[in-house]
Design a protein. Structure first.
Length: 581
């Protein structure tokens, strides 16, 4: 049994929402199982005996600079975030939840300190000083736990002759005391805050080398020394042993534009923030009735991008089988894969043939691995992916192609058994040798929807590192958070980052997240999820950079600043990325 003791402000928790809780095995592979709350514990039922880690959404306090009692849970603190424990073996006694969450944050900080080549930071660096506080608080939590154990040994509450262990201590909860939990909460807050600052610091250090071409030039020199031949100019390089792909060109930023939203103010904002634009080609919009296509709204935006803004156009995904992306008539064939396959082939042929003179990059498919709508087998998912790539490559050989990985943390696999874990799907694409130029990562947070719970910035940075190990160029194909607080849906809460979602919170998150993504040598582009609110197809309420009336939100000039800094080969600067003391 794997279980966790949970406390609230008054002591052992009498109720506790196990929000978005699921289990993962080695390699962050989601496991089927259930997580429930009962009698002050989170009980984790697994289908396999292997060690597992718990992923759960929790409130994280604002970090204190001394080992004092943390703020009350009514304070927003660092946010409501999905965090995880280390891999843990089963045992009869529960683990202390906050202690195990803090343990993982401390371990991840130390790992990333080495991975990001920051071991040379001076000891008086504020990030390391805060991390040291986290370690001291963690030690204090262990000492408080041990003190409670000693108290129980000297003052037993059960008959020594009885074989039944006590269910609680005089002032504690199983093997833990409120003091131990308070110190663990303090450690978690301090370690998480230090980790986010470390992720931003690593990005700020790496960005100048990325923009100057130093990172790529080193990769060229290494490959030349290993192979004896100089690589072709401008090709992405995967240096053996480096664990990442290095792209040659500086990163660019863009924005997705839903075709049904079109006005002059929105066009002005798009021109100010975008090196390229993305046209989502949802099947439901392009072919609402079988055999009858509607290109009007998409045509006008592409014409504006090519003739007026003079920016490259990316398009897709061409095939996305989520419920809000497919037309009703397609469900007739959901149990007839051969016909569905033919319809996909014909649909791609129609779209690519029309736009191949104006589109430079295609997202050929998205989220097929999630498999939450059409019931496809593993073989059918991979076959459909292959068909999408081959048809587009045949019709438009000069275009760049990418496959989009939706819900890249993969929590959906803990619920949908017929799905494929995202990393496994990405690995299968790379190993199959398909002519895919890049992998797209759809990173959306703060929404009460599957795969969109809020994560901390160090987790975001670590996620990109994991996909970079596949040695393919990466595109952050949809980056986004809301500018208003969404309502919880069916027990799901998207969480918050440092403060309730607002225009300010959205802009602050954008600056940090975009900087982290763009500094990675494997990331070639970052695309904001939606330009403007008001679209009938909007996936996130308040997720745009512009209101439905065309008024720019605070995030729009922040993204313009990011773009300007990249074009001028300058770091973004502390004014945009500083997380405060």
């Amino acid at each position: 049994m794997l279980s966790f003791a949970v406390f609230d402000e008054s002591g052992p928790a009498k109720s506790w929402p196990a929000r978005l809780a699921h289990l993962q095995g080695a390699g962050d592979l989601p496991l089927q199982g259930t997580v429930t709350f009962s009698n002050g514990r989170l009980l984790c039922e697994k289908t396999t005996p292997e060690t597992a880690q718990l992923v759960v959404q929790v409130h994280v306090d604002r970090p204190s600079l001394a080992n004092s009692k943390p703020p009350l849970l009514t304070d927003t603190g660092l946010g409501v975030l999905s965090l995880k424990t280390c891999l843990l073996p089963d045992r009869d006694q529960p683990y202390l939840l906050n202690l195990e969450l803090a343990r993982h944050q401390i371990m991840e900080f130390l790992n990333k300190l080495e991975d990001w080549n920051l071991v040379d930071l001076p000891l008086d660096n504020p990030v390391l000083q805060e991390f040291e506080l986290a370690r001291r608080s963690f030690t204090a939590a262990l000492v408080a736990q041990r003190h409670e154990d000693d108290t129980l040994a000297s003052n037993p509450t059960t008959n020594p002759a009885s074989n039944t262990p006590p269910t609680a201590k005089p002032h504690g909860h199983w093997d833990f005391s409120p003091q131990a939990d308070r110190m663990a909460r303090a450690s978690l807050a301090q370690a998480l805050d230090a980790g986010e600052k470390l992720a931003v610091l690593a990005a700020e250090r790496q960005m100048p080398q990325r923009l100057s071409g130093e990172v790529y030039n080193k990769a060229v020199a290494t490959m030349t020394s290993l192979t004896g031949e100089k690589p072709a100019p401008g090709v992405p390089l995967a240096v053996p042993g480096a664990g990442t792909c290095v792209v040659a060109t500086p990163p660019v930023v863009g924005c997705a534009i839903s075709p049904d939203v079109f006005s002059e103010p929105i066009q002005r904002t798009a021109a100010a923030i975008s090196d390229f634009v993305v046209m989502p080609l949802r099947w439901i919009d392009m072919e609402p009735s079988e055999g009858k296509y509607n290109f009007t709204t998409t045509d006008r935006w592409i014409e504006w991008a090519v003739r007026v803004a003079k920016v490259p156009v990316a398009a897709g995904p061409l095939v996305d089988l989520r419920p809000h992306c497919v037309p009703e008539w397609l469900y007739i064939w959901e149990n007839d894969y051969e016909t569905l396959r033919e319809l996909v082939h014909d649909h791609i042929q129609q779209i690519v043939t029309r736009y191949r003179r104006t589109v430079t990059r295609w997202t050929v498919c998205s989220g097929l691995h999630v498999n939450s709508n059409f019931k496809l087998s593993f073989e059918q998912i991979m076959d459909l992916t292959r068909i999408c790539v081959l048809v587009v490559k045949k019709l438009h050989p000069a275009a760049k192609l990418q496959v989009e990985i939706a819900q890249p943390w993969g929590e959906y696999h803990a619920e949908v058994k017929r799905s494929i874990p995202p990393l496994m799907y990405a690995e299968a694409i790379v190993q199959s040798g398909l002519a895919v130029d890049s992998l797209g990562l759809r990173i959306q947070m703060g929404q009460p929807a599957s795969g969109q719970s809020t994560r901390d910035l160090m987790s975001l940075s670590a996620l990109i590192d994991r996909y970079a190990q596949l040695e393919k160029p990466l595109a952050i194909s949809a980056l986004g958070v809301p500018s208003i607080m969404p309502q919880a849906i069916e027990g799901r809460d998207g969480g918050v980052w440092r403060s309730p979602w607002s225009e300010t919170a959205q802009a602050d998150w954008l600056a940090r997240a975009a900087t982290i993504c763009l500094a990675k040598p494997s990331v070639q582009s970052v695309c904001w999820q939606e330009l403007a609110d008001g679209s009938t197809r909007a996936e996130m309420t308040g997720g745009g950079l512009v209101t439905a009336a065309g008024v720019a939100k605070l995030a729009a000039p922040r993204l313009a600043l990011v773009r300007k800094s990249l074009r001028e080969n300058k770091p973004l600067g502390a004014a945009a990325t500083d997380l405060g003391a």
